[in-house]
Design a protein around this ligand. Sequence first.
Ligand code: GLU
Length: 454
Amino acid sequence: MDEALLLRKKEVASEPISKERRCWQLLLRDGSMTGIMQFLLENPVFAMAAKQFDLAADVLELPQDLRERTKWPKRMIVVSVPVKMDSGEVRIFPGYRVQHHLTLGPGKGGLRYAPSVDLGEVAALAMWMSWKCALMDLPYGGAKGGVACDPRTMSQRELESLTRRFTAELLPFIGPKTDVPAPDMGTTEQMMAWIMDTYSSHEGHAVPSVVTGKPVNVGGSLGRREATGRGVAFLANRAADLLKLPPESRVIVQGFGNVGSYAAYAMARFGSRIVGVGDISGGLYNPAGLPLGEVSEYLAKNRTLEGCPHGQWMTNEELLVQPCEILIPAATERVITAEIAAKLQCRILAEGANGPTTPDADQILEARGDVFVIPDILCNSGGVTVSYFEWVQGLQSFFWSESEVYDRLYRLMEPTLARVLKFAKDRGVSHRIAALAIGIQKVAEARRVRGLYP
Ligand code: GLU
């Protein structure tokens, strides 16, 4: 062996193993699936999604081979995205797209831009998309993608460059019939327009259905922007009716981005009092009610809620446990931990975010029995459902009015809520396990009946 290489090998052997290197070692070990599985399970978000899957698969008594086929992702794509920054420096960003399953149709799911994005998190989010689309009876698989970057510190030009190059790297894997991205945390309608433009330029004609959550003037759907938040509010209200809560319920919304802000406005329109809102820096609480318009203006101007004069400032953990009837976590994963679950003072937990509640917290909520959980894959499914409507409208070049969009959305959400509640009651399981089990069963059954090829 070349001496320099031998020396390098010795050096490498004596270096302490970094987390990343250990991950790659696991990933590549024996070239077998076991390494890939261990690699994914080392990620706390994936471990959580896998645990939820196991619990639901136990309830369904899924046979072992079908369980394995249903659980692990079909494709994981990792790309490097070089971007010329405004400073002139070229930076390489890691980009990911995981297609968890493609059994029932094209992959579907958002793209996330955040510093914390990694392959394990994206794989977990892709898995949740699979169960969400199946639960809502959408003709899709499940997928998710993202780039590890901090969009808040990047210029519009840098973001455009990043988005176009990321799209170019994904060209062989996306398309209206293969995989259809959409917005998620840190991505916007403008970015979806750049994705559509980049893809269309390569095809030689406009292909609006390659992406959803686009601006309306390039084939987006009326109502898509507000759909996730409004869907959350719709289900929270249905739950409040079931629990016979007074119309003027107190609501706390943690996360004031695309999901949380529209959920808060919709809840206020339904007659609720918004007593708390939070963003990444902390929470604003006022038991008398917050003036939403002024709070939004403050956030738009200052890019943080901190210092907003309309309420008391506190940490996100404190905000989550203030008294209210409806709590809407609408930010990121794993914010409702076991410790917080024990202290929650809400009657309804309406999960606007993906994966906000840990399995330990779920156990506590089940034991308490006094919190009505609307699980994420049901609660925030308004977004992907209206994405489906957008995709259909684009494929047919026939567009609907906003009231048609919402009429169809609520007509899908209402019976799905009833189906989840019935499954939970009949089988004596939590709402979360019921929702997951319905989604998982549909995918597993489709896999079984399609069979193995060859
Ligand atoms: N990112 C959203 C979600 O987590 C929407 C996905 C989509 O519209 O495809 O459900």
